[in-house]
Every structure is written in C-alpha cells, then in structure tokens.
Design a protein around this ligand. Structure first.
Ligand code: ARG
Length: 717
C-alpha cells in the first residue's frame, strides 16, 4: 500500500512538475503574473514588483538594450558600469586596436574613469515602460479586413500611440506586433549615447575556443567585456562630452558568489532578436533546403577570401576580425540549424500539428470558415517560392550586394545620397564634409584586394545559381565585354570606380562631377542589382503579405482552439524573460554533459600551436598557484554553466539571475545540438551557455588587477 501510494504520488508529482516546467518561452515582463506561479515553483523567491515596477526601482531598470538590440547588457554598479559579452564589445575593442596597441589580442583595462575609451555610435537603451495596446490598435479593424485597409488603420493608430508616449520627453517608443499581429505592445525607452569601453580580457580568454568551440558545449570561454554609460551633467542622455558624468541607475544588480547546483532556479532577461516558432512546416523545409544552403555557401566563400589575407598580415587580421567573426558565427549557425532541423524532425513535427489543426477546424463550422484554408495557403505560398526561385534571388541580392556582401557595393548603398546629389549637381560642402567624416571609419577597416575578390566571387555565384530571368542588366555587359569572367570584370570595376579607395574618393570629392559618377562602373553595378531586385521585390512582397496574413490566421486559430494554453510571442528585439533551471543534458546516445566547466578544462584544451586554444601565461600562473581568492568552489575554479533558458541572438550578454534576483552569470551562446531552436524548442536538448560570474570576477581581480571595478560592485556572499 505504502509503496503504491508513493509511486502514485511520485507519478502525480512528476506530472505536476512537467506541467509547471514551462521553460520554453520568451515572456513579456509586464505580463509577469502569467508565469509567476511557475517561477515560484522552480525556486524564485522575490515579488513581482521587485522585477517589474514602472514607478519604483526594479530589475527591469538594470537590463540594457545595446545598439538597438544587437546585444544585451546589465548594470552592476551605482556608477553605470555594465557587463556584456566579449563578442558584443568585439567591434568596439577592434575599433580601438592597432598593431601597436592590440586590445583584441592583449585585452584592455581602465584603471580609472579617465582611461575609459569612448565608443562612437554605440547606444544603451533603458526601458521606461511596456503597455499592452492591442485593444486600441485593433479597435474598428475587422479580423478579415483586406490587408491594405487593415495596415493603414493600424499604422495610423500606432503613430498616435507613439506620439502620445514620447511627446515632451527624450523617450523613444515603438509599438510591436506580437503573436503574429494578433497582439500589440508599446515599449518606451530612454537611449544613452555616450558609452565608454571599460574592460575586456584578451581574446585568448574572451574568445577562448574561437570558432571551433562556438555554439558548442563543453565550453571554457570568458565571454565578457565591460562598458559604462555616461549622461549629461543633468542625468539626461547626451552625445559624448568630457563633461559628461556616469549614469546613476535606478537599479543595479548585486553580484552573487553563491553559485548554483543542478536544478537551481535561473532566469534571464534580455533582448532576443528573432525567432519564428510558429513558422509552418513548409517554411521550415524551404529554409533548410534553400536559404540556409545559400547562406552557408555565400558566407563560406567570403570567409575563405578574408582568411587567406588575415593569416598573412597582422594588420589585416585586426581590420577584418569583426567582419570575419560575424560571418563565421552565422555560417556555423545556419549549417548546424539545417542539420538539427533534419535530425530532430522539425518539419515532420510541425506538419502533424498542421494536420491536427486542419481536422480540428473542420469539426466546427465557424472555425472551418475562418481557418479552414490556412494550411493549404501555406503549402501554396511555399510551392510558388520553390518553383519560381525569386525568393532565392532576393536572398542572393542581400548576401552579395545589399547587406552582408561586397563592401564596395554596400558603401554605394550607404552613400547613395551623395551619388544622387552629384548627379543632380546639387552637392553641398556639408554633404562632402559628412561623407569624408563618416567614410573614414569604413576605409579604416577595408582592404581593396580582399573586397575585389569577394565582389568577383559573389557576383559569379549569383550568375550561376539564379535563373536568367532574375539577372540584372549589368550581367549582359560582363558576358559581352568580359566573356563572362567576373574576375576580369572586378579588376575593371575597382580600377575605374572612384569609390574603390579612400584616396580616389577624397580626390573625387574635390571636384565632384556628374558625368564621372554616371559612368562609374561600381555605381552602375550597384544600381543595376538594385533595380533588378526592385522587380523581384514586387513579387516577393505580395507573397510576403499573403504569408503574414496566413501566419496571423494560423496562430489566431491555435489560440482559439486551445484557450487553456498561454502562447508566447516570437522574439522581436523587445525585452523578454525566460526562466528555468541549471541542468545538464545528454547530447547523443551514451554521452552525458555535465552542467558546469572549470579551469581544469581550459588547461586540457590548451594548444599553443592553435590560435584558438592559447592560454595566456598569466592565467596559467593563476591556475598553477590556485590563486582563486574567494571565487573557487571545492578548490576548483568554475568557468561556464548550462541552463535550460530559452534565448536567441540578441540575448548575448544577458544577466543570469538566481532565485533571489542576484547575478550569477552572463548568457552568451546556445548549443549546436538544438540549433533549430529559433524554429522549435526542444526541452531535452536546448541549453543556454553562460559564463560564471565568479570567473568574470577572477579575471577582473586576479588577471587584470582592476580592483577599482570590483570595489564599485555590490558583492553578496
Ligand atoms: N554564438 C554566439 C552568438 O551568436 C556568438 C559567439 C561569439 N564567439 C565566437 N567564438 N565567434 O550569440
């Protein structure tokens, strides 16, 4: 009897636990009451108003959006000191690096505020408040209103809401569609623009393991860097000035030395960038088969060319470090995502959800009328995309020309206002000055030889992989005048364009001539690619509108059919919460991964012949002498740990908190086994990789000797 009861109650316990473990989801902080009971069950002990309170200091006040959502940071001192990832500060560290002062290689530490380095262009936004505005936005908008009418009405209301929220303030605000435009939320921020670099470990700590270990566990990366927010003397946001003062935050995190053990509560707040968890099976299949495959191919081509030159020259290596890291990160992500989609049968899983939806809809006349054709619509949209390949052409345009491709073409995009004003003979001295000022940074990290090779390779891939009907006019010229040889064409373009070097551009600016710019082969190439893609976009945008509508219907139907379930919105660079616990995992048959790593592991991985696995001498000394101060546990120095929090890109640098809301780590990565996580959450495999705050403190105190920074913090034992 006893045994049975125990088994029964165990079973019951298991069921309630699995119901309460809603680790999946990126939740909106102003809706904390929806998840609070579950969070308490897992070990959260602080009240809601200590986390989110519009009128009093709360955790939300210490969560920082960096660079409009590129990354997250957290405030850890009463003087506006922030922690984020090393890979989030990487571009800023690189900006200040030269061969003589290579902060990427050697690290950087400010031992007083006067040594901190300004970071032009960097921003830090703090949340003022969040408000659900669905009712206002959707008032008078019929559920099935035609898209045009619907969008016009919605945009009008959104403009009003944003104006009301910002008028007479320095705030910035935005209304975000959530749950595939079934809900709307207003987010109001204050954005600070004087951000200074305070500290960064050498890459041999901050990027230890390099691209080999990226997206992998077990991990040993000290992925952190430090910045400080400055304000005008009045405490308001201000551009950089020597007279500015450190921000006095409403709230900053206590830093905990208590650590964690398996199953301890862990929560993360931050700015996840983008997920597509309600994407239908057809869309996932299309991504794996087409766009991911293209992304992997094009990114790898760019990386190979950069690497060839980076390996030859230290200066080039610094110049291209940030660009290369970006490509390598997303190349690996897209590669592993496709593998995970296939291995975890994500398409098949979603397909069965869709079939169930169809059946359910058919059993209720009202649902059948509203949602009966949604799944077929998805099938149709992706069939058309697969058949015609215009989506792929659009994707190639972005990867070759518009966003991440050849830098010369991208430069012309950015300075098309210059091109326009020269063509119309309306160029002013102000325009010339601003081009000179802004382009200096571009040319600092640009190498013509590398870029020319990238130009040739990427356009050649476009030529070969995309059907002729989507080719830009300029390809005719390459065929006729250069026998289709893109290398020869590239030589010609870079030889004859005024944009291909700083000297030529600055020379041209002395006497800007409309004819010259009309004839410029890089300008011609860019505009030919652009014009061509405009035509493609007309098709693409009508398909996109159909998709957006079908996605809205699909999720609306799911919510209607499963009213007991709380659906969470996809990531969209707004502040979110994910809660869960510290937890190991089994990546493959017979393999168990522990939830924490130590300095021993760094020594095991050490390889002085491999750039990615060099251990700096000073860290080895700390290891040899076990000089871990108050940061070790059982004689060992913790480095990284795993939680099952639900994060994605943009969350990088987010604070990991324990049940008392104290800082125990910084989130910095996900794991390749669950790389399909932007499309589907897999509780058994999806983990969040964090750097242990005690390792961060060890590096600041013992490695860098920056006790000035430690003494600013509130450290709790
Ligand atoms: N995978 C991480 C992310 O996307 C970035 C890691 C950067 N580190 C590196 N070795 N590239 O958030």
């Amino acid at each position: 009897m006893r045994i049975k009861k125990t088994i029964l109650s165990l079973l019951f316990f298991a069921i309630t636990i699995s119901n309460s473990i809603a680790d999946e989801g990126m939740w909106i902080p102003s809706n904390l009451e929806k998840i609070y009971a579950n969070m308490q069950k897992l070990g959260l002990t602080i009240p809601i108003n200590q986390m989110y309170d519009v009128n009093n200091p709360s955790i939300k006040d210490a969560i920082v959006m960096l660079d409009y959502g590129q990354c997250t940071a957290e405030i850890i001192s009463p003087e506006g000191l922030m922690l984020t990832n090393h890979h989030c500060g990487y571009g800023n560290i690189q900006f200040h690096s030269t061969v003589a002062h290579d902060y990427l290689k050697d690290g950087f530490w400010a031992y007083s505020k006067s040594e901190e380095l300004p970071c032009p262009g960097k921003t830090a936004s703090l949340l003022v408040r969040i408000e659900r505005v669905t009712d206002r936005v959707l008032q008078g908008v019929a559920f099935d209103a035609p898209d045009r009418e619907r969008n016009m009405k919605i945009n009008e209301t959104i403009t009003k809401i944003v104006n009301d929220a910002t008028q007479g303030t320095t705030y910035e605000a935005n209304v975000f569609p959530m749950l595939n435009s079934n809900e709307y939320y207003l987010y109001v921020y204050e954005t600070y623009r004087d951000i200074r670099l305070v500290g960064a470990p050498p890459s041999s700590i901050g990027k230890f393991g390099g691209d080999t270990d990226n997206w992998m566990w077990p991990r040993h990366t000290g992925d952190f860097s430090m910045f400080r927010i400055y304000t005008g003397p009045d405490g308001k946001p201000a551009e950089y000035s020597a007279n500015n003062v450190p921000l006095k935050p409403k709230f900053y995190f206590p830093v905990s030395l208590k650590g964690y053990k398996e199953n301890d509560f862990a929560m993360i707040w931050g700015f996840p960038g983008s997920t597509d968890r309600y994407l239908p099976s057809y869309g996932i299949k299309f991504k794996a088969d087409y766009t991911n495959a293209a992304s992997v191919k094009l990114k790898y081509a760019k990386m190979q060319i950069m690497k060839e030159y980076m390996d030859k020259d230290q200066g080039t290596k610094i110049k291209y470090a940030d660009k290369y890291a970006y490509l390598a990160n997303f190349w690996k992500k897209d590669l592993e995502e496709t593998k995970a989609i296939r291995k975890l049968k994500v398409v098949e899983d979603k397909y069965s959800v869709e079939q169930e939806f169809k059946i359910k809809a058919s059993q209720n006349p009202e649902w059948e009328q509203k949602y009966g054709s949604v799944i077929n619509e998805f099938e149709d949209i992706y069939k058309e995309r697969t058949d015609t390949k215009y989506t792929l052409a659009n994707f190639y345009f972005f990867e070759t020309t518009y966003l991440y491709g050849c830098e010369l073409l991208n430069f012309i995009k950015q300075y098309s206002y210059l091109v326009d004003s020269v063509k119309q003979n309306k160029v002013t001295p102000e325009v010339i000055e601003s081009v000179k000022l802004n382009s200096a940074q571009f040319f600092k990290d640009y190498d013509m030889v590398i870029d020319k090779k990238i130009f040739a390779k990427l356009l050649q891939y476009y030529y070969e992989d995309i059907p002729k009907q989507f080719h830009p006019g300029i390809f005719k010229k390459v065929e006729m005048d250069f026998k289709g040889d893109f290398s020869k064409y590239a030589d010609y373009v870079y030889e004859n364009s005024v944009f291909s070097t700083k000297e030529k551009l600055f020379g041209f600016l002395k006497n800007p001539d409309a004819n010259r710019i009309e004839q410029d082969p890089a300008v011609q190439t860019y505009f030919s690619m652009l014009e061509n893609n405009m035509k493609i976009l007309t098709k693409y945008s009508s398909s996109n509108a159909r998709l957006i509508r079908a996605k809205r219907m699909f999720l609306s139907g799911q919510r209607e059919m499963q009213q007991e379930k709380d659906f969470y919105p996809d990531a969209n660079s707004t502040m979110r919460i994910t809660y869960g616990k510290v937890i190991p995992f089994n990546p493959r048959d017979a393999v168990h991964y522990d939830y924490t790593t130590t300095l021993e592991g760094i020594m095991e991985k050490e390889d002085s012949s491999n750039d990615e696995f060099i251990v700096p001498e000073k860290l080895k000394n700390i290891y040899d002498s076990k000089d871990y101060g108050r940061y070790a546990i059982g004689g060992k120095m913790p480095v990284c740990f795993l939680t099952d929090n639900d994060i994605t890109g943009g969350n990088s640098g987010s604070p990991v908190m324990n049940g008392s809301g104290e800082l125990i780590g910084i989130a910095f990565d996900g794991n390749s086994e669950a790389m399909s996580s932007d499309l589907h959450f897999d509780p058994a495999l999806q983990r969040c990789i964090n750097v242990d705050i005690r390792y961060v403190l060890l590096i600041i105190e013992k490695y860098a000797g920056a006790s000035n920074l430690i003494s600013e913090m509130k450290i709790v034992q």
